[in-house]
Design a binder for this molecule. Structure first.
Ligand code: SF4
Length: 464
């Protein structure tokens, strides 16, 4: 391979990687800071790229090079010497999901680009339906996880959305064109017996559904209804051993075994029937489960679930869960090790963007946002497990942001011709100080960042 003089004509160091065997221009034009040795790309063979001999290329100390060939394209990956090449993780996200296997779930980001119709309606000041609604189905639970955010939203034993109200709401969502519902947040959804019929009905209206559950009270007789109709079921599990389960979820070790049996059975039914429903585990990371990370990563692989995701614990605006985000800086190596359990059928992924918040500058690490206004709530609405509608979970129970109640109000009417719904969203976007009034890393955070950027474009946007 040809190498330029390590020092250029200005006395500055230069390093090039021009192979010896490529065609060069004979009259290439003016000299660059290196020279005017320019590859004649038009003379490169069209059909099949030649595999480059990486041993010929310049490497930095401690680097090794590998050739990657995909379809008819070829590239070079630079790796640390001695590091095992993890094909699925060149870095956090470097390309389209179909190429970056683990990004197929896009855990650590948003999918707003796929909903340009709603974005346009928002930009035009029109009324539009949420793309997604996260909702509790109950306001109570059968476990007592140490990190439970629902506790700061006031749990109330026995309270849940009534069956009729829930089914009517789903019909409204169908009419409105809501794309998806997550039975996520507040209490445990499986404590509401209407969960199963609601899931089936939503599918009839073309609405995608999902659920986050502790999995202990699943009605396994209705497993087919869930697996056939839900896009994903996520198990809230922050332990990989019975002892860790007892500690973090404050439940019995027998319950851990029961949960594992349920998951195993669901995986079996899913595979036997070729259901598309994704089954995953989610660990809310707190110092009390740092020692459970690897055990759970291994457990997920053994169970045959599709993913194991590890996320930060979002604390409230008053930091009632007491998370010291600096603690996350100490566990990076373990988290990286956990990700190595990934294989072609099983993704282990850490939500690095949020976990690494502690490594941000002092300004940002305690929850200061990278945007000044919240525009995300009409796109991603949240409903409490008692049926009360709010713009977002952190504002549950705050009278000022109360929109309505599914037991009395029709979401369809509220959105299409009510005033209150839009007044509350306006109040959120115009009056809430996202840096002080909001929970750290709320559900709408990624969406907000995207919308803020759209509202506050850089200079010269036409020079794309
Ligand atoms: S930024 Fe604040 S107001 Fe907006 S969704 Fe998050 S917590 Fe709610």
């Amino acid at each position: 391979m040809a190498k330029d003089d390590p020092t250029n004509r200005f006395g500055n160091s230069v390093v090039t990687s021009i192979p010896d065997n490529v065609p060069m221009f004979s009259q290439p034009g003016h000299k660059l800071r290196t020279s005017n040795r320019i590859v004649d790309r038009s003379a490169l063979p069209n059909s099949q790229y030649q595999v480059i001999d990486t041993s010929q290329l310049t490497k930095l100390p401690g680097q090794k090079l590998e050739t990657v060939v995909h379809d008819d394209q070829q590239g070079i990956v630079r790796l640390e010497e001695n590091s095992e090449y993890d094909k699925s993780v060149p870095n956090q996200f470097t390309g389209p999901s179909f190429r970056t296997q683990k990004e197929r779930f896009r855990f650590d980001g948003h999918k707003m680009l796929h909903h340009l119709d709603r974005i346009q309606a928002w930009q035009n000041g029109q009324r539009f339906a949420p793309v997604h609604i996260d909702m509790g189905l109950t306001k109570f639970c059968n476990t007592a996880c140490l990190y439970c955010y629902a506790v700061v939203q006031n749990m109330t034993k026995g309270t849940m959305i009534g069956r009729e109200a829930l089914l009517q709401f789903i019909e409204d969502c169908g009419k409105l064109g809501v794309k998806s519902l997550g039975f996520i947040g507040d209490g445990e959804p499986t404590l509401n017996p209407a969960l199963y019929d609601a899931t089936v009905l939503a599918a009839e209206f073309g609405i995608d559904t999902s659920m986050a559950t502790n999995g202990l009270l699943l009605d396994m007789d209705r497993a087919h209804d869930l697996l056939k109709n839900m896009s994903y079921i996520r198990f809230n599990l922050s332990a990989g051993t019975p002892e860790g389960f007892r500690r973090v979820h404050q439940s019995s070790e027998n319950n851990f075994r029961l949960l594992i049996d349920n998951i195993r059975e669901l995986v079996k039914i899913k595979k036997a029937n070729n259901y598309k429903c994704t089954l995953g585990l989610q660990m809310v990371l707190i110092p009390e489960c740092f020692d459970e990370v690897l055990a759970e990563a291994e457990l997920g692989a053994e169970l045959g679930v599709d993913y194991f995701v590890i996320k930060q614990c979002s604390d409230s605006e008053y930091k009632e869960i007491g998370i010291d985000y600096d603690a996350y800086l100490k566990i990076g190596d373990v988290l990286k090790q956990a990700e190595k359990f990934s294989n072609d059928n099983y993704v282990v992924q850490v939500k690095w963007n949020k976990i690494n918040a502690a490594g941000e500058t002092n300004l940002y690490k305690d929850g200061y946002r990278k945007y000044d206004q919240c525009f995300g709530t009409p796109f991603l609405l949240q409903i409490s497990g008692n049926g009360k509608i709010y713009p977002c979970g952190p504002f549950f129970n705050k009278e000022r942001f109360y929109i309505g109640d599914l037991h009395q109000d029709s979401l369809y009417d509220l959105i299409t011709h009510g005033e209150r719904y839009w007044q509350v969203h306006k109040d959120v976007s115009e009056s809430v100080d996202v840096h002080k009034d909001c929970a750290i890393g709320c559900r709408q955070d990624y969406v907000n960042k995207f919308l803020w950027d759209l509202k506050n474009p850089p200079e010269h946007i036409n020079f794309i």
